[in-house]
Design a protein around this ligand. Structure first.
Ligand code: GLC
Length: 791
């Protein structure tokens, strides 16, 4: 079943049937102020943190309420309804959402957005009377404030939070005030004493309400609140109950007349709220603000656009996958309909991977976050598993300290964290050409400082300094798979392959820095490690997943459960370990043992009766999450591995199996937004095969983005230039890309007259023939015209 369509020109997804299988949401705002809004206006807003800066309430895992509700009441007939619940159309765009609805003969357009560089949101309503009679109307806006910006306090500690808050009405706004008697609360730094407001610009307030129960009435619910039914709000504030902001304005609309109103919402002091409302009354123009927002996003997204024979691919690559990457980059795992705001920092591995998804679109933002993450690497080379929001380089404790373990809940070092830096640093320098970044001095989290190059060499030393029983890198607390505890001395093939890739990158970095001794050292390390992996981890047609501390083999074909794992096969190729026949052999093992119509499972068969003590995924139902679920991030590595081997048809098959927009016409299957990636999809062995979970904030976004860009499209920048090596479905005869690269625009056409998947036939750059598909950076011109024939 289909609930909407992609409007690619506007970069919008348009929902035409509001009864979607799950709330389909959009993100508005910036790190300073965020809003999540569903197609039925459900969702919440927060200042900086979903945990302690919560402005609006949301009932997680329930009925997609409450939200940003705008009601109309026909004062002549007494009819009423909600414009933002079950709208006729909901357009989710780049940083804004627009709803339209016809209600008793009136037409409403409502835009929700957070203006650029702002800490408030706007609900701009444009109401038109297409009728031949004059209408007398009440327009009512409603927001359910938290009683306390700490959402746990607000939701659970009711004997406290109900009694610290009150609301007040002031001319054009309802304000929520926390701790009204405490002028300078000790909690100020945590926003605990912040005031919030809902205000109205463009018309006079005729009645208002600050008390949720009085607004709704005991039994009416959000669709038909008691006070909306009466056409008048009770003019009563909250004290000792639950807050809300509700404002009503009354007016007439002549035939053909249109009127504009703006509700403003935010967390501001009263004087700030008053002056903001004044600005909207006098000069600020919502249409211009919306246009500016669009312009910024569309400019960013235009840095890579594709035109291929496949519309699913085009709309994902041009708009939705990068937007997904940006939202994950901005919000980490802090706030969605699944992450309720409890995370108290940035996960190291997640964040370093998230950077990888946006480097080609916003190199500057990527560099800033990368530098930040390098400053969260400890002097021993390990990454802090959780980087606190209050991170202060040079002064942090680490998993070696009881204080860190207590404050973060992370009991030990993990094996993989700092190893994620290598592909991300490489991608950043390759995209930007900023080779001097390797010499940039950055502090360590706990003590001292070093160049980026030395940070990276310490990351390798960290792995080498923590060997397991077979002298492969130890599994430590966990590797990428949070549910796999191989034990302090256990060994993970995934980490071994990550380390190999890291060492290979180090050879390149050392070459760039002219460190000849290091080149030799890292080459030796790479050879040693490759040999160890070959001797200890390869078995017939697959790489095993590793060894437990007690020496048990995980991921051998002879294991009764979990006998075939995806990541060691894809990473054997990505790390450069396996190529040619070996690569094709292990990738075929994946296809035969793990593939489903929805993607390849993380491993099979699921743990059930034979889980070893560290196999925490046995706690999940078979076919879900890390217990044989289709863990969507891993599809990216698989697509990349197939593409690196030139297997374009296979890469494409995996891409489509997991592609959100490919499910648009059967959205009931996947349930999640058809424009967004999620954490995992249920395997065919599950009760609901194909159903997908944990939307938006996921490593899937960046990993699939990289797989599509570097793998399928074959855009592979390195320090000196750009290699073009697409691996495409053989039925693509021609496609185009436009890419911004180091100050130049590349207009690339790829021709495939003989219908192959990959290869090189000839290439023309600015009317000059090239012997290979590599373009040195110094050959780029402001508009570089490139045609590559792969057959
Ligand atoms: C979740 C975690 C991520 C982990 C993955 C696999 O997505 O956020 O850190 O790598 O699960 O366990």
């Amino acid at each position: 079943m289909k609930y909407g369509y992609f409007d690619n020109e506007k970069r919008e997804y348009v929902i035409t049937n509001p009864r979607t299988p799950a709330p389909w949401v959009n993100y508005l705002g910036s790190p300073e102020y965020g809003s999540i809004i569903s197609n039925n206006a459900g969702g919440y807003s927060f200042v900086r943190s979903g945990a302690v800066g919560r402005v609006l309430r949301y009932h997680f895992n329930a009925d997609d309420t409450p939200g940003r509700y705008i009601y109309l009441h026909d004062d002549a007939s007494g009819e009423y309804g909600c414009l933002t619940r079950f709208p006729d159309k909901c357009r989710h765009g780049t940083g804004y959402t627009i709803m339209t609805k016809e209600l008793f003969g009136l037409h409403a357009d409502i835009s929700f957005y957070v203006p650029l560089n702002s800490q408030h949101e706007v609900w701009h309503v444009r109401l038109t009377n297409p009728d031949l009679r004059c209408r007398s109307i009440s327009l009512i806006g409603f927001a359910e404030f938290t009683n306390h910006p700490n959402y746990e306090q607000d939701g659970v500690n009711l004997q406290y939070s109900q009694f610290i808050t009150k609301t007040e009405f002031r001319r054009n706004r309802v304000c929520r005030i926390v701790h009204p008697n405490i002028k300078s609360s000790p909690d100020a730094a945590n926003h605990l004493d912040a005031d919030a407001f809902l205000g109205l610009s463009g018309a006079a307030v005729s009645s208002w309400c600050g008390d949720r129960q009085l607004f709704l009435g005991p039994w009416n619910g959000y669709d038909s609140p008691e006070s909306v039914a009466s056409g008048n709000l009770p003019n009563v504030a909250n004290c000792g109950g639950n807050s809300c902001g509700a404002l009503c304005t009354k007016f007439t609309l002549s035939p053909g007349e249109t009127k504009d109103f703006s509700f403003l919402l935010g967390q501001k002091s009263d004087s700030e709220a008053a002056s903001l409302l004044k600005e909207y009354d006098e000069s600020r123009n919502p249409e211009a603000e919306l246009a500016a927002l669009r312009q910024v996003w569309h400019t960013k997204l235009s840095r890579l656009t594709v035109n291929t024979p496949d519309e699913n691919f085009n709309q994902m690559i041009n708009t939705w996958n990068p937007l997904n990457c940006f939202m994950t980059f901005i919000w980490s795992r802090a706030a969605s309909f699944f992450y309720c705001g409890l995370r108290n920092g940035y996960g190291y591995r997640d964040t370093v991977q998230d950077i990888g998804g946006i480097i080609h679109l916003d190199t500057q933002a990527a560099e800033e976050r990368l530098t930040f993450m390098l400053s969260a690497q400890a002097a021993n080379g390990g990454g802090l598993p959780l980087v606190k929001y209050t991170h202060t380089p040079g002064h942090e404790d680490t998993p070696d300290d009881e204080s860190y373990r207590q404050s973060t809940g992370h009991p030990a070092w993990r094996a993989d964290d700092a190893l994620w830096l290598f592909p991300t640093v490489n991608r950043y320098i390759s995209e930007s050409g900023n080779i001097s970044y390797l010499s940039k001095i950055i502090p360590f989290a706990d003590r001292g400082e070093a160049t980026v190059y030395d940070h990276l060499s310490r990351a390798i030393e960290f792995s080498l300094a923590h060997p397991g029983s077979h002298s492969l890198p130890a599994g430590l607390w966990a590797d990428w798979n949070d549910c796999l505890r191989l034990g302090e001395k256990g060994e993970s093939s995934f980490v071994a392959m990550q380390l190999l890739l890291a060492i290979n990158f180090m050879v390149t970095f050392a070459g760039t820095m002219g460190k000849t001794e290091d080149i030799v050292y890292y080459q030796q390390q790479a050879n040693l490690l490759s040999q160890k992996i070959e001797d200890l981890l390869f078995e017939n047609d697959r790489y095993i997943r590793g060894y437990t501390e007690s020496g048990e083999i995980i991921g051998s074909a002879s294991n009764p459960e979990a006998s075939c794992w995806l990541n060691p096969q894809s990473w054997a190729v990505i790390s450069g370990l396996a190529s040619g026949d070996r690569a094709n052999l292990i990738l075929q093992t994946v296809y035969d043992n793990l593939n489903t119509p929805f993607g390849a499972a993380l491993m099979m068969p699921p743990f059930k009766d034979y889980a070893f003590p560290g196999a925490l995924s046995v706690g999940y139902n078979p076919g879900m999450k890390e217990n044989s679920g289709i863990f969507c991030q891993t599809q990216g590595w698989l697509i990349l591995a197939e593409a690196l081997c030139g297997n374009g048809d296979r890469a494409w098959e995996y891409y489509l199996e997991n592609c959100p927009s490919a499910y648009n016409d059967r959205a009931e299957l996947r349930q999640m937004e058809p424009y967004v990636y999620g954490q995992f999809t249920e395997n065919t062995i599950s009760m609901h095969p194909g159903r997908s979970h944990v939307h938006w904030l996921t490593g899937t976004a960046s990993t699939i983005m990289s797989a599509a860009v570097e793998g399928i499209l074959g855009l592979r920048p390195d320090f000196e230039g750009l290699l073009l090596q697409p691996a495409i479905p053989s039925d693509w005869e021609h496609f185009e890309m436009r890419k911004y690269f180091r100050g130049s625009w590349l207009n690339i056409s790829v021709e495939n007259p003989k219908h192959v998947c990959s290869g090189f036939c000839k290439m023309e750059v600015n009317s000059e023939w090239y012997p290979s598909a590599y373009i040195p950076a110094n050959k780029l011109t402001p508009e570089t015209e490139i045609t590559l024939w792969i057959s």
